[in-house]
Write a protein that binds this ligand. Structure first.
Ligand code: NAD
Ligand code: DAU
Length: 354
């Protein structure tokens, strides 16, 4: 069997970082199946467009004929499934696409993967992997002194986004349990780094701080997230793909809990330093706005299983990762201009309307 990996959603934030890392380090060939929603951007992958080991296919994971054709034509040894609607605020304003892609789309992909896998000869059949990329949000919200989420924490999704990811996790689990599909699921905490669409906290704050615009902090700004540099997440996924045990789930996190307000203040200070002081320190742009409905208070991941069993550890510190990220957004004006055009402006105008 050829060393080919089918990646879904590879034009998005984490998927494109994963593809660049994999092509840079390994010898695998990659098929990137992406619908190119507002969050997908081929500019992220322009350095590998001519790479013979890389093929881009524009399409929907829910298009079963297309997915079937890809399996038959390219005979992948694994699927790494990133494709999703990923923004919590959008899921609150309009959950339909979240059901369509995250639940129906994952189901379609699982069905086609199962049909393909069932016909594989050994040892390809046992070696096949369906790696489902999921989130810590499926576990719900923690109180200030609760222990971090572990792989055995009960699911308690609170937003339509989290509910759709939880549903997809359950389907993956069921396909392993019922049909024996060699599946693994990763549940990761908040990522940050280059190529993240600036609807999410960190890039939104960097660009607004650069432009002297208000920095909208939801509620009291005391919500806590566990932040992980995107390249560390990609390395964790590669470790699970290489050595993860079929049927297992692995929690991934940075062991790096931060309050939103602290992150926004730090971003202001870094932008002041890198872009030069504006008339007033950028911290003065911080504006507390109406809270996100159902806003989860705290996430924290216990990543001891992947550390112990697969030897993965995050490399980047939050201080250095955040500085790199701020610099990247300030230095990549073309990328920023590309993604902050019409549809982006409409989202910002609607979502942050007073
Ligand atoms: P993203 O929104 O940046 O990218 C999603 C990609 O999926 C885009 O390229 C989009 O075009 C593509 N896509 C959407 N619907 C599709 C469809 N129907 N068919 C094919 N492609 C489709 O998302 P991200 O932040 O890179 O997240 C990737 C995955 O990781 C998601 O499954 C998400 O739930 C999970 N995750 C994200 C984070 C995070 O902090 N961003 C943390 C943990 C887990
Ligand atoms: O935890 C993993 C999840 O992290 C992923 O599964 C999701 O795909 C990803 O979007 C992210 O979800 P969050 O809701 O945690 O990320 P977001 O960047 O949207 O928000 C981070 C925190 O910042 C959250 O507490 C809400 C707050 N926030 C966000 C925005 C966009 C603000 O205060 N103001 C804002 O304008």
């Amino acid at each position: 069997m050829q060393d080919t990996i089918l990646i879904t959603g590879g034009a998005g934030f984490i998927g494109s970082n994963f593809i660049l890392q994999l092509l840079g380090r390994g010898s695998s060939s990659i098929i990137n199946l992406d619908k190119l929603t507002y969050a997908g951007n081929l500019r992220n992958l322009q350095t590998v467009t001519r790479e013979p080991r890389y093929e881009f296919v524009h399409g929907d994971i829910a298009d079963r004929a297309l997915v079937r054709d890809l399996f038959e034509r390219r005979q992948p040894r694994a699927v790494v499934h990133f494709a999703a609607e990923s923004h919590v605020d959008r899921s609150i304003r309009g959950p339909d696409d979240f059901l369509r892609t995250n639940v129906d789309g994952t189901f379609a992909l699982l069905e086609e993967a199962r049909a393909y896998w069932a016909e594989l000869p050994e040892p390809d059949k046992s070696n096949f992997r369906f790696l489902h990329v999921s989130t810590d949000e499926v576990y719900g919200s923690l109180g200030p002194t609760d222990p971090a989420f572990s792989e055995t924490t009960a699911y308690a999704p609170n937003s339509p986004y989290a509910a759709s990811k939880a549903a997809s996790d359950h389907f993956v689990r069921a396909y392993h349990h019922t049909y024996g599909l060699p599946a693994v699921t990763t549940n990761c905490s908040n990522n940050y780094g280059r190529f993240q669409f600036p609807e999410k906290l960190i890039p939104l704050m960097i660009l607004n701080a650069r432009d002297g615009k208000p920095l909208p902090v939801y509620g009291d700004g005391q919500n806590v997230r566990d932040w992980l540099y995107v390249e560390d997440h990609c390395e964790a996924i590669a470790a699970v793909l290489a050595r993860g045990k079929s049927g297992e789930t692995y929690n991934i996190g940075g062991c790096n809990e931060q309050r939103n307000i602290d992150i926004v203040q730090t971003i202001c200070d870094i932008v002041d330093e890198v872009a030069g002081r504006a008339a007033a320190p950028r911290r003065s742009l911080i504006t507390f706005v109406k809270d996100r409905p159902g806003h989860d208070r705290r996430y924290a991941m216990n990543a001891s299983k992947i550390q112990r069993e697969l030897g993965w550890h995050p490399r980047e510190t939050f201080v250095s990762g955040l500085r790199k990220t701020v610099r990247w957004y300030l230095e990549n004006e073309d990328w920023v201009r590309d993604v902050t055009s019409g549809a982006y402006r409409d989202w910002i105008a609607t979502h942050y309307a007073p």
